[in-house]
Design a protein around this ligand. Sequence first.
Ligand code: NAP
Length: 319
Amino acid sequence: MGFFYSQVFVRPSYPTQSFDGQTVLITGANVGLGLEAARHVVRLGAARVILGVRNVPAGKAAKEDIEASTGRPGVCEVWEVDLASHSSTLAFGDRIAQLPRLDAAILNAALATRTFQVAEGYERTITVNVINTLLLGLLILPRLKATGQEFPSSQPRLAFVVSEVHAWAHFTEWKDTDKPMQLLSDPEKAKMPERYPMSKLLEVLLVQELAGRTRGSDVIITMVNPGLCHSSLAREAGWQLAVMKLVLARSTEVGGRTLVAGISTGIEGHGAYMTDSTVDNASLSPFVRSEDGRPAREKLWKELSAILEPVRPGIMQTI
Ligand SMILES: NC(=O)c1ccc[n+]([C@@H]2O[C@H](COP(=O)([O-])OP(=O)(O)OC[C@H]3O[C@@H](n4cnc5c(N)ncnc54)[C@H](OP(=O)(O)O)[C@@H]3O)[C@@H](O)[C@H]2O)c1
């Protein structure tokens, strides 16, 4: 019921917080919610906005579109990143780490597909939406933290874009194995119709764990649920969702507002789930809030550490 109420009656407020002089990163910013969030942040005065995209011509078109609508040329920069690839994610994260400052980041890029493909040894949705999204978060955390120390007026923030559909996934696998993401990447066992919600559940659990481990590090880490919005995400989802979207979906611009809220909240937002642009941990799924939530996320963190340690030795010690 909360979903229908939000979609019909709640309109997240128009962002007004100043980003004057700040540097902001947004992944997947060539289309959809990422593009609209970037437009807001440029409008609100950011000095430098990095559009992290895998399709550079589409990123350049987004940059021109933002410049035309905001009248602020020279703010956006298009940087290439393919989250299906460890080496591309590492190169991008290392480039971000060289920025003179990084005040906020929205890790928004994701895919939803029913086609099973492997990327870097894991099912592609798990690699893009979970493993390499967390890898990128870990790579940029030191730069965010340092920005808070070097620029006293800056409050660094890192937002992960998740979804309320995390509640649709049945994550029984966590009890069956020490390596749930490996099990989910078995082509014989993968339930691809449930894969996107599952990827968002894994992301929620891992971001909770990350936030718990970085409490007191001066970087506010949030999870944002934009609600159902118009975008190109559900291109494979079929006519039923298309009809539902016609009736219930928020505009892409309104969805973009919720992402900006994720990098505008105060310390109460650290480790929190935000829906309708406000902190609302009670809207996390019953599983995430249950007694099983904690051991499940600890097991996932251990598996993530084992995956990422060979990719970038020492990465888990950066937090
Ligand atoms: N729209 C909704 O109703 C809704 C609801 C809840 C949560 N969300 C979340 O909101 C976020 C944005 O989604 P959206 O609705 O705006 O979808 P979208 O229009 O499909 O945008 C997704 C973005 O992610 C990028 N991306 C996909 N795979 C990538 C990869 N391997 N490397 C780098 N970038 C990649 C896409 O790039 P390409 O253009 O090159 O494909 C695109 O820029 C996602 O995290 C999604 O889960 C959306």
